[in-house]
Design a protein around this ligand. Structure first.
Ligand code: PEP
Ligand code: MN
Length: 342
């Protein structure tokens, strides 16, 4: 933290600020300029509380934080990328990981057919919501426990690992019995009770960026999970809300390299929720590869027209297969870049 005193701050005011800093557990380095006194506080303590308190102290012009507010998820804390093992796949490693499946689990046939198709095309994880966060209470809310059982069956038949959404801290234990990765939806990115419970879930977590959340807020949410005991967090950029209406959300493609600089956690890109339109999924999947994402999450439905949710942004199995084949030359470059930069 750096605290700038006002011009003409008195010795008593400066001494008082130094004492407050020490009371918060920091060490004081004061720099006496020609015109004003600047105080640096170093160490570990309750930063936000300390900053608020100092800003209110007499004679203080400003108190600002200079280090990142998150610790465990930062690149400074761990310079090597985290590799998160999910069954046979490693997320954040040398393989670009594709997670695919329907928005919602709807029926046994729907999920088993989709699972078989996406496995054939090279997906490593099967996605599918059993507990659905719907904007309207009148929309399909998911098959819940029945949906989890169907996902388990699809796992047994295909060997694909399962990623599915958890909406409440009360459901963490139950869903962790069926899922290999727990997905936290955009609307729950700042459900702090849920984030704390995930610390003890014993399963990797994929945290989707909130609709109107900054990258800093996303990283602080990840910090909740890690600081509560679970280091296996994957981040997901899925588009944010802007003034643009041509797409469902606006894909913040820049978030991928920004996150690669700030954190060691893997980053997955979701072009389906970012755009709301299936024709835009393959081009943005290519962009995900080019920008160095660790993988993709894509919605696939045997018949998108009949989907209970998100049909317009879902690929059918043939479109998904074509997308996966068309990605191959880009993936070769992805692998070459990854090997060179490590
Ligand atoms: C989903 O993955 O189906 C979903 C609801 O996504 P998001 O939380 O990003 O809206
Ligand atoms: Mn969806």
């Amino acid at each position: 933290m750096v605290i700038s005193m006002k011009l003409g701050a008195t010795k008593e005011q400066i001494d008082h600020v130094c004492k407050r800093i020490e009371d918060f557990g920091y060490r004081v380095h004061s720099i006496r300029g020609d015109e004003r006194v600047v105080i640096a506080a170093v160490g570990v303590g309750e930063v936000t509380h300390c900053l608020d308190s100092l800003e209110a102290a007499p004679g203080v012009e400003s108190a600002v934080r200079i280090s990142a507010p998150y610790k465990f998820v930062s690149r400074q804390y761990q310079s090597d990328k985290s590799r998160i093992r999910v069954e046979g796949a490693i997320i954040g490693g040398d393989e670009f990981i594709v997670m695919a499946g329907p928005c919602s689990v709807e029926s046994e046939k729907q999920i088993l057919d989709t699972a078989a198709a996406v496995a054939r095309s090279g997906a490593r994880l099967l996605r599918g919501g059993a507990f659905k966060p719907r904007t309207s209470p009148y929309d399909f809310q998911g098959l819940e426990l029945e949906g989890l059982k169907l996902l388990r069956k699809a796992r047994q038949e295909t060997g694909l690992a399962i990623i599915t959404e958890v909406m409440s801290d009360r459901d963490v234990e139950l869903i962790a019995e069926y899922a290999d990765v727990l997905q936290i939806g955009a609307r729950n990115m700042q459900n702090f009770a849920l984030l704390k419970a995930l610390g003890k879930a014993g399963r990797p977590v994929m945290l989707k960026r909130g609709l109107s959340s900054t990258i800093k807020e996303l990283l602080l949410s990840a910090e909740y999970v890690v600081s509560h005991g679970n280091p296996d967090v994957i981040l997901c950029e899925r588009g944010i809300r802007t003034f643009e209406t041509a797409t469902r959300n606006t894909l913040d493609i820049g978030a991928v390299p920004v996150l690669a600089e700030l954190t060691h956690l893997p980053v997955i890109l979701d072009p389906a929720h970012a755009t709301g339109k299936s024709s835009l999924v393959p081009p943005l999947a290519r962009a995900a590869v080019a920008v160095g994402a660790d993988g993709l999450m894509v919605e696939v439905h045997p018949c998108p027209e009949e989907a209970f949710s998100d049909g317009a942004q879902s690929l059918n199995p043939e479109q998904f297969d074509r997308m996966m084949r068309d990605l191959q030359p880009y993936l070769a470059l992805w692998s070459a870049t990854r090997t060179n930069s490590e």
